[in-house]
Write a protein of this length. Structure first.
Length: 181
């Protein structure tokens, strides 16, 4: 865990709303989250969540790689337009880049999410932010938001509500490989 950044854990997609889950963020953690706003140059707040196939995933497990944290929804036109471009970029960097797709769960269904994954041939981990803890931690309120996190865990770039091309991801990736200013 990075100093000064809160960590949150979200329940698996199979957990029922209202059920006791010892892995969810605590009230003290939520209070700490309110005090921290991730910005370019700050450490990315760590989190642990579950993918749609019920595998636990943590931001910290990707230390040493550039991470693209993608906040999206299946109905988002910008997300749909960017998906093939992100796939093109990812195909060029399968060993150097990790992508974590966090569905914002805003009027989305598991059916819609799965159709999106199949339609756009998504091969990277997909999680649903059921509780909203991760989007709260990152202060994300819009779909098609991307955080570019360098191999040391520092946020190097943030794209908010944008349609991106493979070259945009490539440029952000190259910047993340340079020493932080």
């Amino acid at each position: 865990m990075n100093p000064g950044t809160p960590e949150t854990t979200t329940p698996s997609p199979t957990d029922q709303p209202g059920s006791a889950n010892p892995g969810t963020a605590t009230q003290a953690g939520k209070e700490q989250e309110k005090k921290y706003t991730p910005t370019v140059g700050s450490y990315a707040p760590p989190f642990t969540t579950f993918t749609l196939d019920n595998k636990q995933i943590s931001l910290d497990q990707f230390k040493g790689k550039t991470v693209i944290l993608k906040f999206w929804a299946s109905w988002c036109a910008k997300c749909q337009a960017t998906a093939p471009e992100l796939n093109k970029f990812y195909a060029d960097h399968p060993n150097d880049v990790a992508i974590i797709a966090i569905n914002l769960n805003q009027a989305d269904t598991f059916d819609g999410i799965n159709q999106y994954i199949q339609r756009y041939k998504i091969t990277y981990p997909v999680a649903v932010d059921i509780t909203g803890d991760i989007s709260t931690l990152y202060r994300v309120s819009q779909t098609s938001t991307y955080f570019i996190i360098d191999p040391q865990g520092v946020i190097r770039q943030i794209f908010t509500y944008q349609t991106l091309k493979a070259k945009d991801f490539e440029t952000a990736y190259q910047k993340a490989q340079q020493p932080a200013p």
